[in-house]
Design a protein around this ligand. Structure first.
Ligand SMILES: [Zn+2]
Length: 195
């Protein structure tokens, strides 16, 4: 169900609660259906962590500064998780996507302890209503585009396991950590994961 606009106080509080829940779970995104609310609403907030590799601030400086203000500022160019304040995306829409797809690791707060490799569009053009009521449009690539697509699936009643092409890539979180340490480069990690 679309979020009625302008956003109500109750829904504004819901966003705060979702951000708290996401941070507690050390997640990089959370969708309303994951907290049993049937609204077209999610939060995305990639943070550097052991699960997603290290963040190089020189590489990403400023890339997200406009994320909350100007839609065109939301750009991620790389496999490593950039630092990004939580952004609530209300009634989001996937406007356009690249033909090219990229396969990489995903997990989900609703499916604890499991990871697998999931193909996603490399770049997407998206639209959403921000918390302040403005309708924004922007291009996302790389890791942030992946998070958007993961959360967008949640509000459409899907989870990442529905999109896994190679089921042999399913592994436990513990096994994932053991095999893919953050000291390896992304390319090395990809190689060692067996592709
Ligand atoms: Zn999820």
């Amino acid at each position: 169900m679309p979020v009625p606009l302008p956003i109500s106080k109750a829904h504004d509080r819901l966003i705060d609660d979702m951000i708290v829940t996401m941070k507690k779970a050390k997640g990089v995104g959370i969708a309303a259906p994951q907290v049993n609310v049937g609204l077209r609403l999610f939060i995305i907030a990639p943070e550097p962590s052991i699960r997603y590799g290290r963040w190089d601030p020189r590489k990403y400086r400023g890339a997200f500064s406009a994320a909350l203000g100007h839609a065109t500022g939301i750009v991620d160019e790389g496999p490593k998780a950039p630092k990004m304040s939580p952004v609530a995306m209300i009634n989001p829409r996937l406007v356009h996507h690249s033909k090219k797809m990229v396969t990489d690791w995903e997990g989900c707060l609703s499916i604890p302890g499991l990871r697998a490799r999931v193909p996603r569009y490399r770049s997407i053009v998206i639209e959403f209503t921000a918390r302040d009521g403005r309708r924004l449009r922007g291009k996302l690539t790389g890791f942030v585009a992946r998070i958007f697509q993961h959360e967008f699936d949640h509000i459409n009643g899907m989870v990442y396991v529905d999109r896994v092409k190679d089921t042999r890539t399913f592994m436990t979180e513990a096994e994932f950590r053991r095999r893919l340490t953050p000291t390896l480069s992304h390319r090395e990690r990809a190689k060692r994961s067996g592709g």
